[in-house]
Design a protein around this ligand. Structure first.
Ligand code: WQD
Length: 346
């Protein structure tokens, strides 16, 4: 049993909170840092409802260098960080690039500087398949070229990976993994935690569930003139619990010194691509809810298709996504109904 506490930054966010649950269920003690800019303190209670254990929580903004230093002074034994905390809205990043570069890059640098002061420290970095842009070959392997980012958000993921790999190059005692997520969707089956988009959802699945519950009039399908079987864009939708479990595996790989190199990259997807229309059809079948939608123009910056080659994660992490698109959509719908109930009770 691993005795040290693990720091999860952004641990009250969508993927962060599900990863905290998976860590606690593996008997790993967690300390969460979150500045609540894109999450709610209620998520802490949701985690405790599921695992019976409330993680330690520190309301810190990682852009505050002194606050980061003080945190590590308070927790001298922490040597592992799973780093989710970042701004993540592609469209917003185009409007506010400096907010993204300051938040996503400075925070990472301050974290890394503290970790360099500790022996055998490790970081798991939340990256994204967005670094590949439109890959030339599908499915996408980790060797696929990283392309010029389409957005400042995507650029901060590419730069983040480079900062970490440069740090690993000059400090062989420091170990890191960049996990490139495809499209995380769904919620914990208990519906105690899930995705909490603020304002109008940018991503497909929360927009679908908000439309299905009547919060949105209809879904706009961004283009049906892509070179795909049904004309709509294809993505690799991975259940957030599969993604959470992959983080535990990635952390254990480093703790157990199983890594092949002190810097590694893994694609985390299901290996299967689904089009927007297929997601709609699967949602309707899984929930019995008819989804109103219309076809509109393509969204600026969207790619035609992306789905992962999961061979490396399957083999090296001993991890494989086990939940289906239907499972994920059912859990997302159950969560949306829970959110509605809570809003009605407030
Ligand atoms: C999926 C598909 C849209 C909304 C982005 C980031 C990625 C990660 C996940 C943060 C696309 C279509 C969407 C809608 C639609 N972000 N769509 N109508 O763009 O693949 O990935 O979010 O970690 O880094 O790049 O995800 O859910 O926005 O879109 O038709 O209202 O659904 O065109 O084909 P995307 P998405």
């Amino acid at each position: 049993m691993y005795k040290n506490k693990v720091l999860v930054t952004g641990g009250l966010g969508f993927i962060g909170s599900h990863t905290v649950v998976a860590l606690q269920q593996e008997g790993i003690e967690v300390v969460i840092i979150d500045n609540l800019s894109n999450s709610s303190i209620d998520v802490l209670g949701g985690i405790a409802q599921i695992t019976g254990k409330t993680p330690e929580f520190e309301n810190i903004d990682l852009r505050e260098k002194e606050a980061v230093r003080k945190f590590f002074e308070k927790y001298p034994d922490i040597q592992d960080v799973i780093h989710f905390a970042a701004s993540k809205a592609v469209g917003e990043s185009v409007e506010k690039p400096l907010l993204y570069y300051e938040n996503n890059i400075s925070s990472l640098v301050y974290l890394l500087k503290e970790l360099q002061k500790r022996k055998d420290s490790r970081i798991i970095f939340s990256s994204s398949c967005t670094v590949y842009g439109q890959a030339d070959e599908l499915p996408i392997t980790e060797d696929a070229p990283v392309k010029k980012a389409e957005s400042p958000y995507g650029n901060t993921k590419q730069i983040g990976e480079e900062i970490i790999s440069d740090t690993c190059r000059i400090n062989k005692q420091f170990k890191a993994s960049s996990l490139r997520y495809f499209n995380p969707i769904g919620a914990h089956p208990s519906a105690q935690i899930g995705e909490l988009p603020i304002g109008t959802p940018q991503n497909l699945v929360p927009f679908i569930t908000q439309t299905a519950i009547g919060k949105r009039k209809e879904l706009s399908v961004f283009g049906d003139d892509y070179p795909t079987p049904d004309g709509t864009a294809i993505r690799d939708y991975i259940h957030v619990m599969d993604l959470a479990e992959a983080h535990v595996k990635a952390l254990k790989r480093l703790i157990d010194h199983k890594e092949k190199d002190n810097y590694e990259v893994f694609n985390l997807g299901t290996g299967k691509g689904n089009s927007v229309l297929e997601v709609i059809q699967t949602f309707e079948k899984a929930t019995g809810v008819k989804l109103p939608y219309k076809i509109t123009d393509r969204r600026e910056g969207d790619i035609t298709a992306a789905y992962a080659d999961t061979t490396k994660a399957n083999k090296e992490l001993g991890w494989k996504a086990s939940r289906s698109l239907e499972d994920a959509l059912k859990s997302a719908w159950k969560w949306q109904k829970e959110v509605q109930k809570r809003e009605e009770n407030d």
